[in-house]
Design a protein around this ligand. Structure first.
Ligand code: PAN
Ligand code: ZN
Length: 199
């Protein structure tokens, strides 16, 4: 057997509960509130007002017990609540993998999409139920709920890839997604970055 940085875990089955939108057995569950998304929405005043007015949960990430270790393939289900901040639709923080490695998303429920940015080009993929999105190495990725109900998707990613959130604060995504009168509207950058959030 090839040498491993950490001993690989034993084979086991993972159940995807389509109604609860969880993985079983379940590993860590992460909850992100609006206050965790400081400096990401363009309309800082609307963001601050919503944080002061109850700081709602924006998304949860429910993982299987597969560890984030090199050579493992962890999985998680992200569920993003519907809503917007100053018209900008709810999203995940977004990150780039510091070790440039690919990732697979599978749309599970609701309406949403995947915004990717390589520092120059951006791509938005609509990713509803049963569509698979491929994130190539070197592309930052963020998910957006474009509907009126929860939006959920499964992610499978290399356990040694890491998650760099600072890159997104620095470079953005090349575009933002807004609630338009005829559905979601992708607005390419050109507009300013939000003011830095107070510490
Ligand atoms: C996903 C994301 C998950 C939450 O599992 O981590 O959707 O998004 P943020 O990590 O940007 O908050 C993934 O892309 N893992 O690599
Ligand atoms: Zn990722």
């Amino acid at each position: 057997m090839a040498p491993f940085a950490t001993p690989p875990i034993r084979p086991f089955a993972i159940e995807l509960d389509r109604s609860a939108l969880t993985l079983r057995p379940e590993g860590p569950v992460l909850t992100r509130r609006l206050s965790d998304l400081a400096g990401l929405f363009l309309d800082t005043a609307a963001w601050r007002a919503a944080v002061e007015d109850g700081d709602p949960v924006v998304y949860t990430v429910s993982s299987s017990p597969v560890p984030e270790s090199p050579a493992e393939l962890p999985q998680s289900i992200t569920t993003i609540r519907p809503g917007d901040v100053g018209g900008e639709l709810n999203f995940t923080k977004g990150h780039i993998h510091p070790r440039p490695e690919g990732e697979i998303y599978l749309g599970l429920d609701g309406e949403g999409g995947l915004l990717m940015f390589d520092g120059t080009d951006h791509v938005f993929l609509e990713l509803s139920r049963d569509r698979v999105g491929y994130i190539p190495p070197g592309w930052a990725h963020r998910s957006i709920n474009t509907g009126e109900a929860d939006y959920s998707f499964l992610a499978v990613y290399p356990g040694g890839a890491g998650h760099d959130y600072g890159w997104v604060l620095e470079h953005g995504f090349g575009a933002r997604v807004y609630a338009g009168s005829a559905g979601p509207e992708l607005r390419p950058f050109g507009h300013p970055r939000p003011e830095p959030a107070p510490r």
